[in-house]
Ligand binder design. Structure first.
Ligand code: FAD
Length: 488
């Protein structure tokens, strides 16, 4: 079906996604714009699920340079130092922005901002709100501010494709109709829903990345997927797993095997802890997080949201140890963008988790993604402002023919097994044998194939990507890919 033109919105910039990145971009827009998402309540966003908070060098003795150093170290040689510097320097300003938007960031008895410590940060530098409900509190306040802006036109719909003949944006197909536009900001989040075990919304399956590839955009470092070490294991659970934030280990909780022994350094980088747990699980052991004797306040007082999730699973974190396992949590790879969020496709910007800015490299430092979503959302919005009035004629208001795709995805378990924490050439080849033949029709299969193909072409152990069959490191390089690079 061709659908119709949403002529009321013709020529306006279209922002896709109503998580933190999309909302920040919308707040920056000078003129009318369309904000497109399936829901405007926070549902289906990772932003609202964030527990720990946002990293920014605002504590005593801390500095953006130190924040940048920790970020570069975690990124294992693949960060872009210029963007790392730019984003970490923007951290204190981002905290100011949250306060200006009315976000009640936690404070200590003296009225100073309270700061968490998280893994691989050399200082306490995570601002937070609502105990462990940082994302929910932040998003609700940002949503509230965005609702006051009458130039934002809220369109409850789903993106179905980009019309970009000759590499130039001319419009987007949505479930509500076709919008002719020369400016589009993609802020559609990650792809955790492709995996069997994930902390992300299951609806985030990276289908928008596949649509950008069909439009001709370049994807970068798709193989870098971060697994959070401690998702709560709930018997019989098939949906999204509840996260037990790193802040819990930062507060003193320890990891134990079924015999009570500790087996790893709890505040080592995520990939190290995840691999240590994965190795134990492979041996048939069970791994627990023990937060029964945190210094200061008890678990339930410090982490009310996590306590609620534990109690739902029949566990009391104040008195019981919690079974945990790693789960897909964050996609470092994504749409290749420059410093202002421009992709390789003219007229398409990207920000937040869907973009690969160069901040995270091969491994994201904890709590850097809310910071990236906030500042890069703002930067993309401002850059669209500068180019929307460049005198270019609006695109034609007719509906072009649209290719159709499927999005069913029966390979979550295979994805976990072969594109999970520990990878091998044989596993990757087996996986690709099944997904590549489907990738022309199925958007999930296409995104999964990009991840698999990049993982196959990176025979090393770098950051979150761990090839068991090819130990050690190769010289650092990015893997950029377009649709034509896959053997479809
Ligand atoms: C459980 C959990 C805890 C986390 N904790 C932290 C933390 O403490 N600190 C931190 O820095 N980071 C944390 N992260 C990561 C961080 O939350 C995300 O990386 C960040 O919020 C991403 O923001 P975003 O705006 O890019 O995407 P999202 O918030 O995921 O929003 C994506 C939006 O795009 C929409 N969308 C998707 N596909 C389509 C489509 N086809 N058409 C239209 N709309 C679409 C979605 O519905 C949604 O509105 C956590 C992640 C998870 C899952």
């Amino acid at each position: 079906m061709q659908g119709h033109v949403l002529s009321r919105h013709a020529g306006w910039p279209v922002i896709i996604g109503a998580g933190l990145a999309g909302l920040m971009a919308a707040l920056e827009m000078d003129g009318p714009c369309v904000l497109l998402a399936p829901s405007f309540t926070g549902e289906g966003t990772s932003s609202t699920l964030a527990q720990g908070g946002m990293a920014a060098a605002v504590g005593p003795g801390d500095s953006p340079a130190s924040h940048a150093e920790d970020t570069l170290k975690a990124g294992a040689g693949l960060c872009d130092p210029a963007i790392v510097q730019r984003i970490t320097e923007a951290g204190p300003g981002a905290v100011e922005t949250l306060l200006r938007l009315g976000v009640p960031l936690a404070r200590d008895g003296k009225g100073q901002l309270s700061l968490h410590l998280e893994a691989a940060h050399s200082h306490e530098r995570i601002v937070f709100a609502g105990g462990d409900r940082s994302g929910q509190v932040i998003l609700q306040h940002v949503l509230q501010q965005a609702r006051k802006k009458d130039t934002i036109h809220w369109l409850q719909a789903t993106l179905e494709g980009f019309h970009a003949p000759d590499g130039t944006m001319q419009g987007v197909w949505t479930s509500a109709g076709f919008i002719p536009t020369r400016h589009c900001i993609l802020a559609s989040g990650g792809c955790g829903g492709l995996y069997q075990h994930t902390t992300s919304p299951l609806s985030n399956r990276g289908t928008t990345l596949a649509l950008t590839a069909w439009a001709g955009a370049t994807l970068r470092d798709m193989e870098f997927t971060q697994f959070h070490p401690t998702a709560l294991v709930a018997p019989g659970q098939t949906g999204r797993l509840s996260l037990i934030s790193e802040a819990v280990r930062g507060a003193g909780a320890v990891l134990r095997l079924d015999d009570g022994h500790r087996f790893t350094e709890e505040l080592a980088p995520r990939d190290v802890v995840s691999r240590a747990i994965a190795a134990q699980l492979r041996e048939g052991r069970t791994v627990f997080l023990d937060g029964r004797s945190l210094p200061g306040a008890p678990f339930s007082a410090r982490f009310p949201g996590i306590t609620q999730a534990c109690r739902k699973a029949g566990l009391d974190p104040d008195t019981q140890i919690l079974p945990v396992q790693p789960a897909m949590h964050y996609h470092m790879g994504g749409l290749k963008v420059d410093q202002t969020g421009r992709t390789t496709l003219k007229g398409l910007w990207a920000c937040g988790e869907v973009a690969c800015t160069g901040l995270h490299g091969a491994n994201r430092l904890a709590s850097n993604s809310l910071l990236e979503a906030l500042v890069c959302g703002q930067w993309a919005g401002r850059d669209v402002n500068t180019s929307r009035n460049d005198g270019t004629a609006p695109p034609p208001a007719t509906v072009p023919a649209r290719p159709t795709f499927t999005t069913d995805w029966p390979f979550r378990a295979e994805m976990q097994q072969h594109l999970g924490i520990l990878r091998t050439r044989t596993g990757l080849e087996n996986f690709l044998e099944r997904t590549l033949p489907l990738a022309r029709q199925n958007l999930c299969a296409l995104t999964a194939s990009f991840i698999g193909w990049a993982a196959l072409n990176r025979p090393e152990q770098r950051g979150a990507h761990w090839r068991e069959d090819t130990p050690g490191l190769q010289p650092p390089r990015h893997i950029d890919m377009q649709l034509t690079d896959l053997p479809l």
